[in-house]
Ligand binder design. Structure first.
Ligand code: SF4
Length: 365
């Protein structure tokens, strides 16, 4: 088995019942399918709620489109001055090199724009125009390679893009967003790792991981190859119903990431992508999950819970609030990790004087 790409192949490998195949052909006609062997091997076929299957095996509910869902849920198109570039925030741009991914996530926020039947790799002319755009905007400090998945490109092609970015003085940081280390870890070869790096500028890699079981031995080894070569690793995770929306699973995932030298960066609230309502949670549930995570896990294990505001207005942190003004506005109330509230600054009667601590008082002026 290599990569499953049709509903018939999903059925042959015991991932969907044969009687569902006709309706799943309809799903496949609308949204790309691909499940590489490394991920398919992690699925427990005896578990009808397997969290890996839920993310990657097509489901007939994907054909249920809700009125609030949007073809371009995070508003990329509103901020695309030239093909391949999304310039939403002043100091950084997305550079979308390809519409291909190693695996097609059933909740993908760009599902209407990616897949083998969509405009594929940027043509060399379009790439030249995108690089010209970056060159002519000195405020661009960071370039984020995304897609599609930039790590499906050959090492040669990735190196040529990285070398072009290296020559743009005002670009100081390159970030690569990818699912390849978990979807197809064998692709993270020493040659590809070298191609990700450029002299004098850091490359950060943000690995997309949603469940601790995705961090298989092979995925961990792929991440280690990048970390060992000096690439700082971040994680981005999508909050998904019945995949990672319990405190136990989320804490296990965050700890596993940190153990792999991957710093949890963003926990994304599920975007309003078409046909994904069965995988979205309520924001209140995400906030409670973040409270639980803070109460039980190290600070290293805390991502920022964010929402991409529909319409292209960017990300906002939407995690729980731990601080508020008192009713008199004279001080704050701050909540600790046990849910207890405290006044800040503390009431004077609660503050120990130096004499209370047995130390001599400071001389008064
Ligand atoms: S890897 Fe990213 S871009 Fe590709 S299908 Fe998954 S979420 Fe979408």
């Amino acid at each position: 088995m290599t990569t499953l790409r049709t509903s018939a192949q999903f059925s042959e490998h015991g991932l969907v019942p044969p009687e569902q195949q006709p309706v799943l052909d309809g799903v496949a006609a609308r949204y790309a399918l691909a499940l590489p062997e490394a991920l398919a091997a992690l699925i427990d076929r005896a578990d009808p709620h397997d969290p890996i299957a839920r993310q990657f095996v097509p489901d007939q509910t994907e054909l249920v489109h809700r009125p609030e869902e949007l073809n371009d849920p995070i508003g990329d198109n509103a901020h695309s001055p030239v093909e391949g570039i999304v310039h939403r925030y002043p100091d950084r741009v997305l550079l979308k090199l390809t519409a291909i991914c190693a695996v097609y996530c059933r909740f993908c926020f760009r599902r209407e724009m990616i897949g083998p039947d969509k405009a594929n790799a940027l043509s060399s002319k379009a790439l030249a125009r995108a690089l010209d755009y970056i060159r002519s905007h000195p405020e661009i400090w960071e370039v984020i390679l995304t897609g599609g998945d930039p790590l499906v490109l050959s090492a040669r092609r990735l190196r040529s893009v990285m070398n072009a970015l290296a020559k743009i003085d005002h670009v100081k940081v390159v970030r690569i967003h990818t699912r390849v280390p978990v979807a197809d870890p064998a692709r993270i070869t020493p040659e590809l790792v070298r191609a990700m790096q450029i002299k004098g500028k850091p490359t950060y890699v943000a690995v997309h991981v949603n469940h601790p079981r995705e961090l298989s031995g092979r995925a961990r080894a792929a991440c280690a190859r990048m970390a060992d070569s000096g690439i700082p690793l971040l994680a981005q995770t999508v909050l998904l119903a019945n995949v990672n929306d319990t405190p136990e699973v989320m804490a296990e995932l965050m700890r596993a990431l940190v153990e792999c030298r991957i710093k949890p960066y963003y926990l994304h609230h599920g975007d309003l992508a078409p046909g994904t309502s069965h995988l979205r949670t309520k924001i209140a549930a995400g906030q409670q999950l973040m409270r639980d995570l803070r109460g039980r896990s190290s600070g290293l294990c805390q991502p920022t819970y964010v929402l991409d505001i529909p319409g292209g207005h960017g990300k906002s942190p939407i995690g729980p609030n731990y601080i508020e003004h008192s009713s008199s506005n004279a001080h704050f109330k701050v909540e600790d990790f046990n849910g207890q509230r405290h006044q800040y600054p503390p009431p004077l009667s609660n503050v120990e004087s130096p004499e209370d601590r047995g130390r001599p008082p400071l001389p008064r002026a």
